[in-house]
Design a protein around this ligand. Structure first.
Ligand code: FES
Length: 122
């Protein structure tokens, strides 16, 4: 028998507040979707950060969240597609690309990276 926790999700992009019960042994994103809630996602395997949230309170476990740096996990970010609830939780969705930019923006934003490749001369 799974233990259940209550999670409150503030989906900031659509200004909606969801409150639902999720089992401890299922990914939170999947449980929310099973119950008809639509949340941001893309890769669904902890790599892209589309599903990132800020944890306001509570605890979760995200051992497969390879797309999130230890630093950002420490700051309270989580990837819902690979997170398990460990207590009642309150989270809010990130600003668009917030986590991606926190992790990579300073590298990609810095140098003069030019898109495009040399064209063949013929
Ligand atoms: S959907 Fe890509 S990390 Fe969660």
């Amino acid at each position: 028998m799974s233990r259940y926790h209550t999670i409150r999700i503030h989906h900031r992009q659509v200004n909606q507040e969801y409150s639902l019960q999720v089992p401890e042994d299922h990914y939170i994103l999947h449980s929310a979707e099973d119950q008809g809630y639509e949340l941001p996602f893309s890769c669904r395997n902890g790599a892209c950060t589309s599903c990132a949230v800020r944890i306001i309170s509570g605890e979760l476990d995200q051992p497969e969240a390879v797309g999130l740096s230890p630093e950002l996990k420490e700051k309270g970010y989580a990837l819902l597609c690979v997170s398990y609830a460990k207590s009642d939780l309150e989270v809010e969705t990130q600003d668009e690309d917030e986590v991606y930019e926190l992790q990579f923006g300073r590298y990609f934003g810095k140098g003069k990276v030019k898109l495009g490749f040399p064209l063949d001369d013929d």
